[in-house]
Design a protein around this ligand. Structure first.
Ligand SMILES: C[S@@+](CC[C@H](N)C(=O)[O-])C[C@H]1O[C@@H](n2cnc3c(N)ncnc32)[C@H](O)[C@@H]1O
Length: 213
């Protein structure tokens, strides 16, 4: 099964995929330091340092399953609440370009993941925890039994994130803030549940999109 993992970061979503199926993963990440660490973490994956948005357009037909996690800051509510203190920016509508392309042109299964935005959704998605998902298959009501809500807003959060994601983020020596990167990762159990669901492995009784908005 050929999987495309776009905006790969350190592969929070991808961490447990080898337990689900026999997979061949291509990961695209623009930050060379993150790409290097991703390759170290997943030595069998093909890692490409390019713009994921363009890569999707050029290569989507080559894959069976596509996961995309475009950057969320221009959509996020904290950024909106900080308007006045930060520079005002347009929401990056490449998020919606990718959803439309995948919904209308891609023949496999896909997931686009992002935060809950400060505006009404332009395309309906599925809320699960703090995340929004656009998919072309039903998602279970519960993606994970792991709880990270207690420590995400605390100041001394790094050690908790290291334990939660089973990854030492202090290895990162690039230009982004290490804590921001650590906060970016999707919970690996949610990533695993979503791939299992796409492949029809998850019990269908739990698959019911009740919170579509
Ligand atoms: C929200 S994080 C993805 C988290 C990932 N799904 C995980 O669970 O680990 C977004 C990532 O996209 C990367 N990125 C930002 N712009 C990019 C672009 N144009 N092409 C590829 N990667 C990009 C950032 O460096 C960051 O690592």
């Amino acid at each position: 099964m050929k999987i495309l993992n776009l905006y790969a970061c350190l592969g929070g979503n991808r961490y447990k995929w080898d337990e689900v199926a026999d997979i061949e993963v291509t990961a695209v990440e623009l930050d060379p330091e993150l790409a290097r660490l991703y390759q170290e973490r997943f030595p069998n994956d093909i890692v490409i340092i390019e713009d994921a948005h363009q890569y999707l357009l050029d290569h989507y037909k080559e894959f069976d399953f596509i996961w995309s996690s475009p950057p969320c800051p221009t959509h996020s509510r904290p950024r909106f609440w900080a308007y006045g203190q930060t520079k005002t920016v347009y929401p990056d509508l490449k998020l919606y370009e990718e959803i439309i392309l995948l919904q209308h042109h891609f023949k496999g299964k896909f997931v686009v993941e992002n935060v809950i935005p400060y505006y009404d959704l332009l395309i309906p998605g599925i809320k699960r925890g703090r995340h929004l998902y656009w998919t072309n298959f039903n998602l279970p009501n519960k993606l994970t039994t792991r709880d990270n809500s207690g420590f995400l807003n605390q100041k001394s959060v790094m050690n908790d994130l290291i334990k939660f994601h089973e990854y030492d983020f202090n290895k990162y020596k690039g230009e982004q803030r290490t804590l921001k990167i650590a906060r970016n990762l999707v919970d690996y159990e949610a990533g695993k549940t979503i791939l299992e669901t796409a492949l029809g492995i998850i019990n269908r009784e739990n698959v019911n999109q009740t919170t579509m908005f």
